[in-house]
Design a protein around this ligand. Structure first.
Ligand SMILES: [Zn+2]
Length: 87
């Protein structure tokens, strides 16, 4: 009986061991089965956060090394029609 109670306590302790996903912030069961981990990694929430993080990183890389002046000029070039060239 005592061993059974200890086994149940260990089971509850294992169930409480959770970890936060670094990508989407979901609570995951630590040492979960590979199938459940794969299902999480292919899930809509995790995939969506991964895409957002990739887009943010790409934007940071593009902005890195450019001064504020360069960024303003590139926005102006995108929004204004091209200046007529003199022939
Ligand atoms: Zn996740």
């Amino acid at each position: 009986m005592q061993a059974a109670a200890r086994g149940q306590a260990e089971q509850e302790e294992l169930a409480k061991k959770m970890e936060v996903c670094d990508v989407c912030g979901s609570l995951l069961v630590a040492n979960d089965t590979q199938q459940r981990v794969d299902e999480h990694l292919m899930g809509k929430q995790h995939m969506g956060y991964a895409r957002i993080r990739a887009a943010i990183e790409g934007r940071k890389v593009r902005c890195r090394g450019h001064s504020v002046r360069d960024r303003i000029i590139s926005v102006i070039q995108l929004t204004l029609p091209p200046f007529p060239s003199i022939l």
